[in-house]
Design a protein around this ligand. Sequence first.
Ligand SMILES: [Zn+2]
Length: 438
Amino acid sequence: MTPSDSSSREAGRASRRAAPMGHAAMRSANLSLLLRHLHTRGGRSRATLSQETGLSKAAVTSLVSDLAERGLVQEGQVERRGTVGRPGTEVRIAPRHVAGVGIELNVDYLAVCLRDLAGQARFTSSVPMPYTLDASAVDGRRYPPDLVLDRVAEQLREALEVASLEGLWVAGITIASPGPIDYDGAAVRFASNLGWTGVPLGDELAARLGPQHPVLGLENDAKLSALAEVPRLARRGIKDLIYLTGDMGVGAGIIVEGRLVRGWSGFSGEVGHIGLDPAGDRCRCGRRGCWETMVGFDTVLAVLDEDDPARSGRLPMLERLERIRVLLEADDPRLHSRFTTLVDDLVRGIGVLADVLNPQAIVLGGYFGYFADQLVGPVQSALDARLLASDGRVEVSGSELGLEAAAAGGAAVALERVLADPLLAPLVDGGAEPSLRP
Ligand SMILES: [Zn+2]
């Protein structure tokens, strides 16, 4: 590039910045502002919306009417403010017309979630992850991408069918996969637990779903789970958090100032491969002493007898967890001892993350979340004991979203398209919502 190319490009940028926002772009931005406000803050009157957003009352009335034509908002209960004067009718997010879909690819299961704009799950389903037995593979299983993708497409068709029957327009589908993502190519870079490298999930699923499919996106499972936890913690003023998911591998979703951190090339949060012990066990990634060789779910299974049902790869994850719960409650000494050392091993890694990122909260998900009653208290105490200063305290909690956190996060991310651009939603038949008066 010559200097003049560079300067004309700079000039182009400057003139774009200086150009006044067109009427259509301004209206779209204001529609997004109002819809987001209602989405995060809940239903409120037009007068309150006007006060809180700085838009005029007339503008709010007109924008609300546009949002209602697309089935995005509706009128709800009356907002009462004392007994004098006319009560304002509340405008709130409408649950009946727009939805998003998330699907999680996990070593154990495929979980799908159809969620409406009001945040309600309208359909969820989980089936075992298909695999072929192969003694030479890690854990004796192989996950041929074609086999897995056929099943994923089947699950998605089922969710889309429910959406169609319920009159929901699907804004998008987000696929939650383990491992770092190639965002430009909609591919999984590598997922060591699935034995996948460079699998183009986006194109493969698009081909299977046919030309009319909703927009497909791809994101790492732990990152989506972290996003799914954001609303719960944001209500308490927490904007910096790390979601830690425990499965055979361990991954993290990092939220800083309310925003997901992907890193330069999408590798943020691959915390399971932090090297903590150069003389430790060999990891699936090829290195030695990675954190997940100390805290991965197989380190819990390994203390059980070889023929224990929890060790059978054929049992769904939830049943394996329930089996371990039963043994723990029966005071199985091997598990009690493993959970004691597990707390130490968890704190070794979490301590590093807390020192580097200084989060307000750590949320334990996956199997860590299932055993939150065993882990949260001791991990919290151990972290408190190593504090450098009292205002560096990090709050530990267990995820309340269960094993479907990533699918729920995926659906929420798919809905983000409509929050950013409400005009994407199609007009509802017959124009305005019957329940919404002008
Ligand atoms: Zn590793």
